[in-house]
Design a binder for this molecule. Structure first.
Ligand SMILES: Cc1cc2nc3c(=O)[nH]c(=O)nc-3n(C[C@H](O)[C@H](O)[C@H](O)COP(=O)(O)OP(=O)(O)OC[C@H]3O[C@@H](n4cnc5c(N)ncnc54)[C@H](O)[C@@H]3O)c2cc1C
Length: 418
């Protein structure tokens, strides 16, 4: 591994420890491991379990709940390392939800739920890997979600003679609707679900009336109230994504996280931090792509000399390096100031970092594929997987166009275009 040119951002002792520990774990999972996962579209259970056993899924959970109580920079270091050490964007995505989906619980769940669940998440006993927002009619326009959650009181339920559980269980929400593209449903115990408790037509602002729930996936299957179907896809194939259908799913009212109708604001609350972690995953993908490109450029000889001695091979790699370095500086700069900067400043930086990092990943993966010539599309050299993933980073979790919309409107003061 050529680490020296990657280690360009000064890290604290704690961050260095994170970097070195994750690097060490990643060494146990070689190129062959990731190639097999990709070919067979198998979720990397062993990898996620190893991280989980070492407590890394609890990196953001406060120490009082058994977690490591670390901050955004440490998560960025962790995610960059996972991607850069061969796993790529998909390996980081395999654990991303497990880290970020418990953060709204830390901020908004009541004490009882927090003390019951967070220590189990921190020590890997329970996984909260899935977050359900997107719907067939609500992708980028996420406030258009239609999945509904209707509160039914214990009295209403007692009036229903068929409801034998009414007196024991108290108030409930009844959930109906459809979600799409929801990742890691096969690797989770709980799903953080966004649903409308008030229809869009009945609220003053479209961001109101959406609530956040914690759904026990096994319980949903037991009720026969959940169906899922995997979506076949060409990138990140080993992190499965699903369509989900909810029909009369009943969940206890205390599984509402935070305030009814304020769920969308709760999501926005941690969005910049999470966006920086995504940027770090893209930077890691750019780095591993560059590393493979450089390796092959030095190794392969054509016309009796290394292909890396041609400027047409050197320059795209060097150019992608400058983009990667810029994205990396931007993301770590933003992560370091996140506690003191205003939400507006952080929003500008986090969105710019995600945009630049995805473009850097694309440039690096493209250069790596071209450097490999025909082997650029051969599975055994991995760069074709990195290229597929790099393309995906321009789409998820938010498209590049929507990032530019945000910057145009909120940073440059241009009129809202949509
Ligand atoms: C692999 C994968 C995993 C995912 N995992 C999850 C998950 O776990 N949970 C979850 O909730 N969601 C998940 N998603 C959904 C993801 O967040 C959405 O795909 C993404 O937000 C884009 O929405 P969309 O696909 O509906 O595109 P659309 O909103 O239909 O957009 C289509 C195109 O039109 C462009 N466009 C739309 N409106 C505008 C505008 N006003 N200005 C400029 N351009 C515009 C978009 O940028 C895009 O290029 C996942 C998606 C994928 C592909």
């Amino acid at each position: 591994m050529v680490h020296s040119w990657r280690d360009s951002v000064p890290l604290s002792d704690e961050q260095t420890l994170v970097r070195d520990s994750i690097r060490e774990i990643c060494q146990e999972f070689d190129r062959e491991y990731w190639r097999e996962r990709d070919e067979n579209e198998e979720y990397p259970h062993e990898f996620v379990e190893t991280l989980s056993d070492h407590g890394w899924l609890g990196i953001l959970i406060p120490e009082e709940y058994g977690g490591a109580g670390m901050q955004t920079t440490e998560v960025a270091v962790m995610m960059e390392e996972i991607a850069a050490n061969g796993g790529g964007f998909s390996a980081a995505q395999a654990v991303h939800g497990g880290i970020y989906n418990s953060t709204p619980l830390v901020k908004y769940a009541d004490e009882e739920l927090k003390s019951e669940l967070l220590p189990k998440v921190a020590d890997g006993e329970v996984a909260i890997q899935s977050f359900g927002l997107t719907e067939p009619n609500a992708g980028s326009d996420s406030t258009s979600i239609e999945t509904s959650a209707e509160r039914v009181s214990a009295e209403q339920r007692s009036a229903d003679p068929s409801d034998v559980t009414a007196s024991e269980d108290g108030d409930e929400y009844v959930i109906n609707g459809q979600k799409i593209w929801i990742s890691r449903v096969d690797a989770t115990d709980y799903l953080v679900l966004m649903a409308r408790t008030t229809p869009r037509e009945a609220v003053d602002k479209r961001t109101e009336g959406i609530s956040m729930f914690l759904v026990d996936v096994e319980e949903a299957y037991d009720q026969d109230a959940l169906e899922i179907q995997q979506i076949p896809k060409t990138a990140s194939g080993f992190v499965h994504s699903y369509e989900m259908w909810f029909s009369d799913l009943r969940i206890p009212a205390d599984r509402l996280i935070g305030e009814e109708g304020r769920g969308f604001y709760q999501v926005l609350d941690g969005l910049n931090e999470e966006r920086l972690a995504i940027a770090a995953e893209c930077v890691g993908l750019a780095e591993v792509s560059l590393e493979r490109g450089i390796e092959y450029a030095n190794e392969r000889e054509v016309f009796g000399r290394q292909i890396g001695s041609n400027q047409s091979i050197q320059h795209p790699l060097a150019e992608a390096y400058t983009e990667t370095l810029a994205a990396k500086q931007l993301l770590y700069g933003a992560a370091e100031t996140i506690e003191s900067a205003s939400q507006k400043e952080t929003g500008a930086m986090a969105n710019a970092a995600k945009y630049r990092a995805a473009e850097a990943a694309f440039a690096a993966a493209d250069a790596a594929v071209q450097t490999h010539g025909g082997f650029g599309v051969a599975r055994e050299y991995d760069v074709e997987r990195y290229f597929r993933e790099a393309r995906l980073t321009r789409i998820v979790p938010i498209t590049q166009q929507l990032v530019l919309n945000y910057i145009s409107e909120n940073v440059l003061g241009l009129p809202r275009s949509y």
